[in-house]
Each structure stands twice: as structure tokens, then as C-alpha cells.
Design a protein around this ligand. Structure first.
Ligand SMILES: [Fe+2]
Length: 186
């Protein structure tokens, strides 16, 4: 992390949704403009690739299909314009020395159209509350993705999101929060 932290582990993959199929793209860097990520933006960042066991997993494919079905209900169709999808596996660790910050930039946009966040695991973790806000930063609510599979799908053009720091329930044991984040952009 540009703040010197090493509390975030991640893998990354990119896909294209075209002709009703989600197809993996060659491994590529993740790019976020500094407009959306003041901390780590404006640089191409290479991460380890998501392993095929996750990318090709029927559950992952079902998540793609479900999100695309919802998105297609809301957004006007754009013919001949493949949808770009990025999949991020995140693990945020927290220790007494380094507090785990899922979103060190606070309430933010990802700079995409839609963001899907699904909790995979909370191991010995408290807090890590998801907060959402209006584009002007006004808070709109907060909720906890608590159990594996708890998820949120956000219209990134209209809603800011952030997650509070995580803390260990038992500071003598490992503590981490795993999520899957999938973004969709035209
Ligand atoms: Fe985000």
C-alpha cells in the first residue's frame, strides 16, 4: 500500500462479457485513476492472478450471471459494447501493530458502473462495517456483511462505499477478513 501498510493481500483477474458469455482476458494490470483512489491511484498495479479453481468455479460463474441479470434490468442496453469485468480477491489482516483497513481511502467510488462485494470469511474479526453514502458524502446507511455469502451490489455511479477498520476479537490469534469484489463497466 502507498501508506506503507502491508495488511492487504489480493489476486486479480479480468473478464469480458460478450454474447452472453463471461470470458477471461489475458492477465493484465489493474488501473484506477487518482480521481477515485487518491492513495494508490494513477499507477498500473500488477497482482497475482486469480487461480482457475476460483475463476472457473460454478459459484463464481453463477455470481457473474446473477449480477449481470440485475444490472441488465436497470441499465439501458448498449449493443456491441462488451462489458469489462474485474474480479478481486481481498484478504485484509489485522494485528495489534497494524490495524487492517479494508478501504483506507474512506467513502469512495471505484470508478466503474457496478460493484459487487461478497463476504467470504471473517476470522476472529469484529467491526469492518460496510458504509454507503450519496455522491456528496452524506451517509446513507451502514450494515455488516457478516456471514459467508452476504453480499451487496452497488451502482457505483450513484453510491459511495467504504468499510470501517477491522479489529481482532482475540488479539493473540490471527484475524482477517476475506471478500470477493467484482466490478462491471461498459
Ligand atoms: Fe471500493
Amino acid at each position: 500500500m502507498a501508506d506503507g501498510g502491508r495488511y492487504r493481500r489480493r489476486r486479480h483477474a479480468a473478464f469480458s462479457h460478450v454474447d452472453g458469455q463471461v470470458v477471461r482476458k489475458p492477465h493484465q494490470p489493474h488501473f484506477q485513476s487518482r480521481d477515485y483512489n487518491p492513495l494508490n491511484g494513477d499507477v498500473q498495479r500488477w497482482f497475482e492472478p486469480v487461480l482457475p479453481t476460483l475463476a472457473d468455479n460454478p459459484v463464481t460463474q453463477a455470481i457473474f450471471d446473477t449480477c449481470i441479470a440485475v444490472i441488465s434490468d436497470v441499465d439501458a442496453p448498449v449493443p456491441n459494447n462488451p462489458r469489462h469485468i474485474e474480479l478481486h480477491q481481498f484478504r485484509i489482516e489485522t494485528t495489534p501493530d497494524h490495524i487492517g483497513r479494508p478501504t483506507p481511502e474512506g467513502l469512495h467510488r471505484d470508478g466503474v458502473d457496478w460493484v459487487f462485494v461478497m463476504l467470504v470469511c471473517r476470522q476472529n474479526v469484529r467491526d469492518g462495517v460496510t458504509e454507503i453514502g450519496a455522491p456528496d458524502g452524506t451517509g446513507l446507511g451502514s450494515f455488516l456483511l457478516e456471514d459467508p455469502g452476504d453480499a451487496v451490489l452497488l451502482d457505483d455511479r450513484r453510491i459511495l462505499h467504504g468499510v470501517t477498520e477491522i479489529h481482532a476479537v482475540d488479539p493473540t490469534c490471527r484475524a482477517y477478513r476475506d471478500v470477493l469484489v467484482i466490478t462491471f463497466t461498459r
